[in-house]
Design a protein around this ligand. Structure first.
Ligand SMILES: C[S@@+](CC[C@H](N)C(=O)[O-])C[C@H]1O[C@@H](n2cnc3c(N)ncnc32)[C@H](O)[C@@H]1O
Length: 209
């Protein structure tokens, strides 16, 4: 399978219908976590199977991965997990995204971008426009988790989020994971690879104020 797709391609302008939370989940009142760039969704499957008091939603731009993940959800009869195909920037900029904001407690961007070169900067998922959209959309106290192994990308993501007045960085030392969407600190596939290869991991948590 081709690894990267260009998120700026016009084919992503049209987004799929976003179902209501009650169509996505058996119990739509549970806390909701959104993972952006979830790939095949392995991280979310691991989380959803153990933390049944949370709902999990993944957005991924590679259609085949989303189709397979949706099949796995159906086959496994998993009631607290849903996947949406498309460019997260377009999806969150669409009026339908208001449907998923209720109960949304946190968002993660885990190793989100293959676009390291400056000339591909516009292809990165974290853009000032996206952070601006989130600052209008998200309720107070919603958390944003960012994680990457690329220092330049981390600096870029940090400065993009910090430049928005509505997000404040939280000291990771003070953060209580046991109450979060990921109480057991489950790792993503990329994170496991990075650990095995003894590369650095850079991460931050922000809160909407
Ligand atoms: C390096 S992979 C990391 C996957 C996973 N989060 C992990 O940590 O193992 C980045 C993923 O983000 C997806 N992606 C990149 N830009 C995206 C966008 N604008 N909207 C949705 N998904 C995107 C890619 O297709 C890819 O699956």
């Amino acid at each position: 399978m081709r690894q990267h797709v260009n998120p700026l391609s016009r084919s992503f302008n049209q987004i799929e219908r976003i179902p209501s939370l009650s169509e996505m989940f058996a119990d739509s009142k549970l806390n909701l976590h959104l993972d952006i760039g979830c790939a095949a969704g392995d991280f979310l499957f691991d989380l959803a199977l153990v933390n049944t008091s949370w709902n999990y939603l993944g957005i991924e731009i590679r259609e085949k991965l989303v189709k397979n993940a949706k099949l796995k959800v159906l086959e496994g009869e998993i009631k607290n997990l849903y996947f949406i195909f498309g460019n997260a920037n377009n999806i969150l900029n669409d009026i339908q995204s208001k449907l998923i904001i209720k109960n949304l407690k946190s968002i993660s961007f885990n190793f989100p971008d293959p676009w390291f070169k400056k000339r591909h900067c516009k292809r990165r998922v974290i853009q000032p426009e996206l952070i601006n959209i989130l600052s209008n959309l998200l309720q107070k106290d919603t958390l944003i988790f960012i994680k990457t192994d690329v220092k330049d990308l981390f600096d870029y993501m940090e400065s993009t989020i910090s430049n928005n007045f509505y997000f404040k960085k939280i000291d990771k030392k003070d953060f209580n994971y046991s109450m979060s969407f990921n109480p057991n600190k489950v790792k993503t596939n990329r994170e496991k690879y990075v650990i095995v290869n003894q590369l650095d991991i850079f991460e931050s948590i922000y809160i909407k104020i």
